[in-house]
Design a binder for this molecule. Sequence first.
Ligand code: DGL
Length: 276
Amino acid sequence: MTHLKKQNGPIGIFDSGVGGLSVWREVRRQFPEEDLIYLGDQAHVPYGERSREQVLAYSRGIIRYLLHKQTKLVIIACNTASAVALAELRNTYPSLPFVGMEPAVKPAAQETSTGVVGVLATPATFQGDLYASTVEKFAKGVKVLQDTCPGLVGEIEAGRIDSRQTRQILERALLPMLAEGVDEIVMGCTHYPFVIPLIREIAGEGIQVIDPAPAVARQAGRLLTEYDLFKQSGKEAKTRFYTSGDPAHLTRLLKLLLSLNDQAAGLKWVEGELQE
Ligand code: DGL
């Protein structure tokens, strides 16, 4: 592939479902000229309850599909897939730049005045080495409270971002944290920024909610510079949204979560490979 052709390839962004759209939104804002491919593996959501082997196999299959689409840089817009697969994917594809996600414990620990921070993420993220080393490195002397918010990813995937059930899940997670003095709440799962309005309602004034998406998009920008991959053609930027689930459902969620009128396209898993 010539370098120019490579520069004009898309940035690939993937997640188990619609969570990574919270990252897509920020990437689109920071890089309005770039072509983007978004892929939600909704046939397998939630990843947080699956085994390491499964999440690794799905992530590998997704990367193969994104490479087939000439993707020049991959953003793993999923904390769970990053925790499980990022290191292995970097080993397998040394010349493909990857941006992964880890819970933003560092800024939370730097900014807390009470010395107590809360992290909301999936069980797989909390169990990964990436999370353990982040807490170990950056949260010395800070109390870190954790919650997996069982059921929350499913509610968001169903588009119920302010239902009674969603509120109950969040109250069960947040009220005990607030009672312990939490003043920073980290969105350690990319689905959760879609319920930030509800989180603010429950947590009230004076609590910072940290969404890592802007920092993740900035990191993608640094890699585009480093690898000389910014788009060179003057063609209008586009995004293709793909799902391994029901495209009509993703199309509805694009409207609901991002006010977009784009139509999602469907992919099928066939023997470990994604096909159109
Ligand atoms: N959005 C994902 C994350 O950031 C995964 C949620 C899930 O599929 O369990 O962890």
